[in-house]
Design a binder for this molecule. Structure first.
Ligand SMILES: [Zn+2]
Length: 218
C-alpha cells in the first residue's frame, strides 16, 4: 500500500495526512468489495493483513523486471545489492522517523477495516525496556488508539563458537569475539535466523528503525 500511495500522489503514508487518508480510502474500498463478494457467494471473505514473508520481495522484483521505470521510483531497499522490497501490507515505511506510539496510532486506523492478522511491530533492537514503560505503552495503546495488536520485537545474536546468545544484532559475539554468529529476530510474526532470510527481508532489516521504550510515560 505504502508504495502504491507514493507512486500515485508522491508522498508515503507517513509523510502527510492526505497520503494517510488516501491509503485508508483504498483499504476501505477493498473491505467494501470483500463484504459484497461475501454476500454474493454466501461465504465469508475477510480482509486480512498477511505477514508476506516473501511476497513483498517477490512483487518488488517482478515490478522492477516488468515496469523498471515506474517501480524504481518507489521500491525500497538497496538496489545495488538486489535487496529490494515493498513495504508490507498497510504498514508505514519501516525506517520512517516517527515515534513508536505515533506508529501504533496511525497503523491502528487501518485495523478496524482488517478482520484478521492486524499487527504493529515495535522493533526494540538490543534495548530492554523496563516493565513500567511497557505497561504504560500497552495502556496508552489500549485506551488511546484503535490498534488491534502490538508486538514487542527484540533482536538477538547467537554465537556458533561459544553457544551464547546476546541482545541485539552484532557482527561479532560480545563474549568471545567470534564472527561466526547468526542473528535471531522476527522476520514477520515469528522469530527465525537471519541467515535463512531472502534478500528483500535482509534489505528491510537494514532499514529497520529501532526504538527504546525505556522511560515511556503516559
Ligand atoms: Zn561467542
Amino acid at each position: 500500500l505504502n508504495e502504491m500511495v507514493q507512486y500515485h500522489i508522491g508522498e508515503e503514508l507517513h509523510e502527510s495526512d492526505y497520503a494517510h487518508l488516501f491509503g485508508l480510502k483504498v483499504i476501505a474500498s477493498m473491505k467494501k468489495i470483500a463484504d459484497e463478494l461475501s454476500e454474493e457467494y454466501g461465504i465469508r471473505l475477510p480482509l486480512e493483513q498477511t505477514p508476506a514473508e516473501s511476497t513483498a520481495y517477490r512483487l518488488a522484483m517482478l515490478d522492477m523486471k516488468h515496469y523498471p521505470l515506474q517501480a524504481s521510483t518507489v521500491v525500497k531497499g538497496d538496489k545495488k545489492r538486489g535487496e529490494i522490497y515493498y513495504t508490507n501490507s498497510t504498514y508505514m515505511n519501516i525506517s520512517a522517523p516517527i515515534s513508536p506510539i505515533e506508529r501504533v496510532k496511525k497503523d491502528g486506523r487501518f485495523h478496524p477495516l482488517i478482520e484478521a492478522g492486524a499487527l504493529t511491530h515495535i522493533w526494540l533492537g538490543e534495548s530492554r525496556p523496563n516493565a513500567k514503560s511497557i505497561a504504560n505503552f500497552v495502556r496508552k495503546t489500549f485506551f488511546n488508539t484503535q490498534n488491534a495488536q502490538i508486538a514487542f520485537s527484540p533482536e538477538f545474536t547467537h554465537c556458533m563458537s561459544c553457544g551464547k546468545v546476546s541482545r541485539g544484532l552484532h557482527e561479532r559475539c560480545p563474549y568471545c569475539k567470534s564472527s561466526d554468529v547468526d542473528g535471531i529476530t522476527r522476520v514477520t510474526g515469528f522469530f527465525s535466523k537471519v541467515s535463512s532470510w531472502n534478500k528483500g527481508k535482509l534489505g528491510e532489516l537494514r532499514d529497520r528503525r529501532r526504538d527504546d521504550l525505556n522511560n515511556f510515560r503516559d
